[in-house]
Design a protein around this ligand. Structure first.
Ligand SMILES: [Zn+2]
Length: 366
């Protein structure tokens, strides 16, 4: 009887751990690349056992690489130390323009480094609200929540070191704190809190999504090359559902020719190969070859994502010799779920399960 009881407990624990989200996520809000040496902080909040009920404050670096908590009205330094940990008194702490759930750890390392240690559920709610516009449908919210939950759980399982490498931008997932969260988002996340995307008996090891595919998604292998190999469940599907997206139509931008050529060692590049959706897969320049995805990333980082929002892109000479024309369709890399397509499907009455099944046909949701 006792053995049976132990066995039962073992199974319960195993099932639980298979579906365990990390309790908290560490998100980098500022690092030294942001070169921020001063940021506003609004009460109420707590530092150690001291509560600051009202007033406006700044966190700033000192010459000794400490963080100083300075009260603006009283012109007074209240705390000065290497790391300051700020905890909320109410639902969150207002830092700069945003409000965050969980703890803020602020460190001085020439510039301010801010990490938000946020409960996983708050994180997922914020990602859903930061990634998707407020007018999107519930079932689209739920589909994205399942993907974020799946990502988060795998991240939690991989290592704590990795967890701290999450950034708050679309480079990982967009996370803008509490103001992105509405009661509707909270109930959508709650509705799918135990659902994950599975491929066979395991949770899908990599889960991707993007804003708009503009006609069809691409396989992970064709976009990410080596990094996408083996992710067979991430294959391309036709999608005309994202026509409402502002990125459905082709965008055209002129960029300075000199700056463009500099990226390619001074020679005009050639698209040697594209996938069937029209996303370049191999680009040749100056006796080198690069993947279309890598070139897209460097174009976006150099000229801004507004100049080349989608990975379905090309370039050509401009009538004005000082410029090169960049053209692109869609927004994002084009792998996995198409957010605008998911929303249109939700409008047409599809459930989050049907939406996920459409973009990940070989996967299961459970
Ligand atoms: Zn689409």
């Amino acid at each position: 009887m006792k053995d049976l009881f132990c066995l039962l407990i073992f199974f319960i624990l195993t099932i639980e751990s298979a579906l365990a989200l990390p309790r908290t996520v560490s998100v980098i809000l500022k690092d030294k690349n942001d070169r921020c040496d001063k940021i506003g902080l609004t009460a109420p909040f707590r530092v150690k056992d001291k509560t600051f009920g009202r007033g406006k404050f700044v966190l700033q670096t000192t010459d000794n690489d400490e963080v100083e908590l300075f009260e603006i009205l009283a012109r007074k330094t209240l705390v000065k130390q290497r790391v300051i940990e700020i905890t909320p008194v109410l639902s969150g702490v207002r830092l700069g323009e945003r409000k965050y759930a969980g703890v803020l750890k602020v460190r001085a390392n020439k510039y301010l480094e801010v990490i938000n240690i946020v409960p996983s559920k708050d994180y997922v709610e914020s990602v859903v609200g930061s990634e998707l516009p407020p007018h999107f449908e519930d079932e689209a919210y739920k589909a994205l929540a399942v993907l974020t939950l799946t990502r988060l759980e795998l991240l939690g399982a991989s290592s704590t070191r990795l967890a701290t490498s999450i950034v708050d931008s679309t480079q990982y997932e967009n996370y803008t704190g509490l103001q992105a969260v509405s009661p509707r988002i909270k109930s959508c996340v709650q509705a799918v809190i135990n659902k994950r995307l599975f491929y066979g008996s395991h949770q899908a090891p990599k889960v991707y999504y993007h804003s708009a595919c503009a006609g069809g998604t691409s396989s992970a292998e064709s976009v990410f090359g080596e990094g996408g190999r083996g992710l067979k469940y991430l294959k391309g599907v036709k999608c005309d559902y994202c026509q409402e997206s502002p990125f459905w139509r082709e965008k055209e931008h002129n960029v300075p020719r000199q700056k463009f050529l500099k990226l390619f060692g001074g020679k005009f590049p050639t698209v040697e190969e594209s996938d069937k959706e029209g996303r370049p897969t191999r680009i040749a320049f100056n006796n080198k070859k690069s993947s279309g995805y890598k070139v897209w990333l460097s174009l976006g980082r150099t000229f801004g994502w507004g100049a080349v929002p989608g990975n379905k892109y090309n370039f050509s000479d401009s009538p004005d010799p000082k410029f090169v024309v960049l053209r692109s369709r869609g927004a994002g890399h084009g792998v996995g779920l198409c957010q605008w397509g998911a929303n249109e499907q939700a409008k047409q009455g599809k459930t989050y399960r049907e939406i996920l099944k459409f973009y990940f046909p070989d996967c299961q949701i459970r």
